[in-house]
Ligand binder design. Structure first.
Ligand SMILES: [Zn+2]
Length: 349
């Protein structure tokens, strides 16, 4: 353990930039990374404002941050895939490789997974972190650190698009134009959707998403989604609906906008149980899929970004210094509709 400066969530509503003991020993199969950019995620902000997310409760001081990119400064024994100086981004969840879920390829739902900035595991808003090489991914020269730190939220979109089993030319609906909804829309387009109808109540969010080719914004304050879907699909319905708003109201009438045999992918999580008409689902043989984080998406996400097919740079709204990281969190708490992703620059801090 070494004392390192870090952004520590002491308890609900209390952030401090201070020294804290963190592991710095590089074991076999591990690498040490000097962090460059860390994104502020909705989950980090939620721990700050609520002190918990579902069953995960902040009972002890915890370092925040899990969307990260940096440079390798040390490699442990047996690491051949990475070397000192490599620019990388990191997958924040590390499963037990021998668990049944991991062996089945679903390591993201391994009950033993440890995930940065999910209590009691420390995150990476600190200058250095030690991480398994297997969960550390090299960034191509044309992918910046800032983009590298966007791979984590984009991987959620990739997982959702994968679960949707998109067929080329599909029409999708994304409900909710927040950061994750926008990532899902971009992953769905990259995955073969011809067009993505995205809905929200906040016009600035829709305006940002609609800058991308193929995204059709629908402000559900002014328009009925069902009317737009009927108009655009000749009353057939969308092939896939990604529910990213987490609003219980999104579930009312959701079946009406899905085509027969279509799929609903649950991404947003309502806080309370939702009343849902199962019978209407059955009549159309609709499939419901869900996602929990992601598995095997980082390399694919990076490949799409490097190819130029997916450009996440317009979604980076503002960058703060490490010394200003509490300001970054307070700005995120404001929830400005024009902010998609806030990032923290760790270097030269
Ligand atoms: Zn995140």
């Amino acid at each position: 353990m070494t004392k390192m400066r870090a952004l520590v969530l002491e308890k609900q509503h209390e952030l401090k930039l201070r020294d804290i003991d963190l592991p710095t020993e590089v074991g076999p199969g591990q690498v040490k990374i000097k962090l460059h950019t860390v994104g502020v995620c909705g989950s980090d902000v939620h721990y700050y404002t609520h002190g918990r997310i579902g069953p995960f409760v902040v009972n002890a001081p915890m370092v925040l941050g899990h969307e990260a990119a940096g440079t390798i400064v040390e490699v442990g024994a047996g690491v051949t895939s990475l070397k000192v100086g490599d620019r990388v981004c990191m997958e924040p969840g590390v499963p037990d490789p021998n668990s049944k879920a991991s062996r089945l390829g679903m390591y993201n739902i391994d009950p033993a997974v440890t995930f940065w900035a999910t209590p009691p595991i420390h995150g990476v808003l600190t200058p250095y972190v030690v991480h398994p090489a297997n969960y550390t991914f090299k960034l191509p020269d044309n992918v910046s650190f800032a983009e590298g730190a966007m791979v984590e939220p984009f991987a959620v979109g990739m997982q959702a698009a994968t679960k949707a089993k998109i067929t080329p030319g599909d029409t999708a609906i994304v409900m909710g134009a927040g950061p994750i909804g926008t990532m899902v829309a971009l992953a769905a387009l990259a995955g073969g959707c011809a067009r993505v109808i995205i809905t929200d109540l906040a016009q600035p969010k829709l305006d940002i998403a609609a800058k991308y080719q193929g995204i059709i914004p629908v402000n559900i304050k002014d328009k009925k989604l069902i009317d737009e879907v009927n108009r655009l699909t000749d009353r057939w319905g969308a092939d896939v609906v990604f529910e990213c708003s987490g609003s219980p109201r999104a579930w009312q009438g959701i079946v009406d906008v899905v085509r027969p045999g279509g799929t609903i992918v649950v991404v947003g999580l309502p806080v309370e149980p939702v009343n849902f008409d199962i019978a209407s689902l059955s009549v159309k043989e609709i499939t419901i899929a869900s996602v929990f984080r992601y598995a095997h998406q980082y390399d694919r996400a990076i490949a799409l970004m490097a190819s130029g097919r997916v450009d996440l740079k317009p979604l980076i709204s503002e960058t703060f210094t490490f010394e200003d990281s509490i300001k970054a969190f307070d700005r995120a708490v404001e929830g400005r509709p024009t902010d998609v992703k806030l990032q923290i620059l760790m270097e030269d801090a």
